[in-house]
Structures are given as C-alpha cells and as structure tokens.
Design a protein around this ligand. Structure first.
Ligand SMILES: Nc1ncnc2c1ncn2[C@@H]1O[C@H](COP(=O)(O)OP(=O)(O)OP(=O)(O)O)[C@@H](O)[C@H]1O
Ligand SMILES: Nc1nc2c(c(=O)[nH]1)N=C(CO)CN2
Length: 187
C-alpha cells in the first residue's frame, strides 16, 4: 500500500534529505576592462541561468570611479543583483568565480583592471570566515558602488554586523558614482 506523505510531519528523511533553506543573496558585479557593459550583462544572464538560483532584482547601472585601483585604471560599470538560492555558500562562490572566468577574467595584481568581478556581499545572515570565503564581504559596507545600487532595489537591505544599507550609504562619498540612465540590464 502506498502512503501519502504528510507534509506537516518532519521525519528523519525530511531532516536528512538534502533540503536546504532558500536564502536571499546579494551579489555585486563590476567591470573596468574590455566591453564593460556586455560583460556585466552577460554575467547577470549567466547567474540567472544557474540551477537553484533565481534572480529577484537587478539594480540600475552605475559608472563608478575606481577605488584602490592602480593609477590609470578605467572607470567601472557596476550593478548589484538580488537572488534567491538554495545553493551552499561555497557552491555559490564557485559559480561566481566560474562566471568571472567565462568572461575572460585574469587574476593579476590586487584591484588590477578586470573584465568581470562577481562578489558575494551577503547570503542571508550567514557568516563565513575561511580561506576562500568571507561573509559578509569585509569591504562592502564602505563601498559606494555596492551600497547605492543595492539600496535602489532593496531599501531594507542590511549587512549583518554593520547596519542597514540606507544608513551606511550616508557615511560614504557617492560623488564618484553616476547612474547610467542609458544602460539597463535585461533578463
Ligand atoms: N565574499 C566574497 N566574495 C567573493 N570572493 C571572495 C569573498 N570572500 C573571499 N573571497 C575570495 O577572494 C578571492 C579573490 O577575489 P578577487 O580577486 O575577485 O577580489 P576582488 O574582488 O578583486 O577584491 P575585493 O575582495 O576587495 O572585492 C576569491 O578567489 C575568493 O575565494
Ligand atoms: N569603482 C569600483 N572600484 C573598485 C571595484 C568596483 O567594482 N568598482 N572593485 C574592486 C575590487 O573588487 C576595487 N575597486
């Protein structure tokens, strides 16, 4: 006889069946080398194509003065993306790195010009601190090119341990970031 499972009853199978919670993650994409907008557009499309990742929202496009980059570096194109995901944080990071590679990312010196950078800013309230991953991203709270686009699409955004994005953005200099009304990421 087959039994209809009771969805309200948690049994051992339910607990060990590999189900993972859906978390909202915030990702920041940037490019200051090559076809900057095309790389960011392609990066967002590749994330949207990822199993177990649903893109919920994409920010307006910003052109931003490079922060901490070698002299002569070109301005960045930056966007922020909100996703829902059941991937583990390390699988999500691996996917971000693979998307960077697919768009010709070369890993040269710190902050050297790059075709595509995909950073994990927060993943739910997960905290991580290992060799490959730090969450929340340790510099996001001081980066206008992350905070402003994030606030545009998530007025209640928060960096655990740092505060609300709407408050943090008031403490940074946003004079180096300009919205590109002529550009829009399409899904
Ligand atoms: N939250 C995170 N998001 C993305 N990469 C991270 C994160 N935490 C740690 N890393 C590690 O950082 C490594 C180097 O990343 P990358 O060279 O893209 O740094 P960056 O984006 O240039 O600089 P920054 O970390 O200041 O944004 C990655 O291989 C990854 O393992
Ligand atoms: N404007 C801007 N500056 C940066 C950026 C970026 O995406 N935009 N990324 C960096 C390292 O991730 C370092 N500096």
């Amino acid at each position: 006889m087959t039994e209809t499972p009771n969805p309200f009853e948690l049994d051992a199978d339910t607990m060990t069946g590999g189900m993972r919670p859906i978390r909202q993650a915030v990702l920041a994409l940037g490019s200051n080398l090559g076809e900057r907008f095309n790389s960011v557009q392609g990066g967002v499309a590749a994330l949207a194509d990822t199993p177990e990742v649903t893109v919920v929202s994409v920010s307006p496009v910003y052109e931003t003065v490079p922060v901490g980059a070698p002299p002569g570096s070109r301005d960045f194109i930056n966007v922020v993306v909100l996703v829902d995901t059941t991937l583990t944080v390390h699988t999500l990071l691996d996917r971000c790195l693979a998307v960077e590679d697919a768009f010709g990312r070369e890993r040269l010196g710190k902050n050297d010009p790059r075709t595509l950078d995909v950073d994990l800013i927060v993943v739910g309230d997960r905290v991580a601190h290992d060799d490959s991953l730090v969450l929340p991203h340790p510099r996001a709270h001081e980066r206008p090119f992350v905070l402003q686009p994030w606030m545009d699409i998530d007025i209640e955004g928060e960096i655990p341990g740092k505060g609300f994005v709407a408050d943090l953005v008031r403490d940074v200099d946003t004079s180096g970031i300009k919205r590109r009304e002529d550009l829009e990421i399409l899904l």
